[in-house]
Design a protein around this ligand. Sequence first.
Ligand SMILES: [Fe+2]
Length: 325
Amino acid sequence: MSPARHRKTSPALRAGAATAAIGAATLAYAAGIEPTRWTLRTAELPVLSRDARPLRVLHISDLHMLPGHTSKQRWVASLAELEPDLVVNTGDNLSHPAAVPAVLRALGPLLGVPGLFIFGSNDYFGPKPKNPARYLFERGENRKLIHGPPLPWQDLRAAFIEHGWLDLTHVRTTITVAGQKLAVAGVDDPHLHYDRYSAIAGRPDASAALRLGITHSPEPRVLDPFASDGYDLVLAGHTHGGQLRVPGLGALVTNCELDRSRARGTSRWSADMWLHVSAGLGTSPFAPVRFACPPEASLLTLVPRGSTPAAKTGGSRFNAGIGVR
Ligand SMILES: [Fe+2]
């Protein structure tokens, strides 16, 4: 028997090999499986006036669409089977100059439903490679905005409007959905510092069944005035839910000034205002990974205040999605 047969691998080498194997498997999952694990988040929120009828709102965000994202297009199109009363799109639809037709293929079956939208940075400008460490260490005013080339957001806007969706960029108005009056308002993208809340400031219609605000990035400087003006609910995207979450710890970053605990799902922002942040359906094409944070759309059932059971703060439940891959 040769001496080599008796040679033992050191514990350190075995641990190193095991760590490398786990790391490779995790990366393979985060890059190859989770980004297409389409998931429907559902939540019930007691935000309507007490005499209102329940309202089903489908919240879509951060598609970051490339023309070849056919699985995403099929799954999003299938969401029309949910028959929502209202669709809200909180921006970052595009990741490529030629992706407008792909976004319209995805949203086509939903464009016949009343819809509201605002845009995010990834509607106005294409993606660029970025150092991931900047998300951990650059905050607030210190964050440098890195833009790619302009994207054809005007074409997307025109198509949405042609189908009857309402652009809420610095607009405050009332609409009728399922026979009920809603007071709605939105701001341009705070991530790009395009927000001008003063353009929509003021108390929304008190006789409305719901006072709804929308913004791409859930910056506290926008959420606070929505709350003080008397809004019931604000919908936002942008955070991607943290995109790479640590089990037991949650999101490490929100890419804005929102606290990490609110990176996705529902929470109370103030005594009377709820916030729902979508983890979105895409990623930058230069960081196409997700972990413990599958791509999601949200179906929110809005019910009158005082209804039971009320949604828990930060609590939402997932189901396995509705099936198309
Ligand atoms: Fe995004």
